[in-house]
Design a binder for this molecule. Sequence first.
Ligand code: DQA
Length: 150
Amino acid sequence: MSENNTPRILVLNGPNLNLLGTREPEIYGHETLNDVEELCRAAAGTAGYEVEFLQSNHEGVLIDAIHAARGAVAGIVFNPGAFTHTSVALADAISGVQLPVIEVHISNVHRREAFRHHSYISPVAASIIVGAGVNGYVLGVQQLIHLAGK
Ligand code: DQA
């Protein structure tokens, strides 16, 4: 809970997602991370939630953000970027805080290279949204709020 008691969710983005809009637009589209932030704030605001929005290229910063989220937010919408496919540490952090996590991938990772087919995050995620473009973040916010209301 924040000081004003408005419920909050964390939208967390991993490495290279700061480049959204210019990074491989044929795969990730033309929307920027600022656009994603606005979409998330609008979707959350409709349901009376506030958004904390963070992107980092550093695994440890993401782990610290997951730890800090415990007791502060209702859950996390998380695009771990390439750490999805490599990071036991991020999976352990999610297990450790016991918050619902919605895993989001802009692209359909299952149509791409084989190394993108495995996720260390999926077994500890409440829900997984892939291949919906940046609308996946909106769906993630809505799903998290749906779960929080249960
Ligand atoms: C991604 C998919 C990952 O495989 C990739 O490393 C990313 C972005 C996505 O949103 O589609 O950085 O998570």
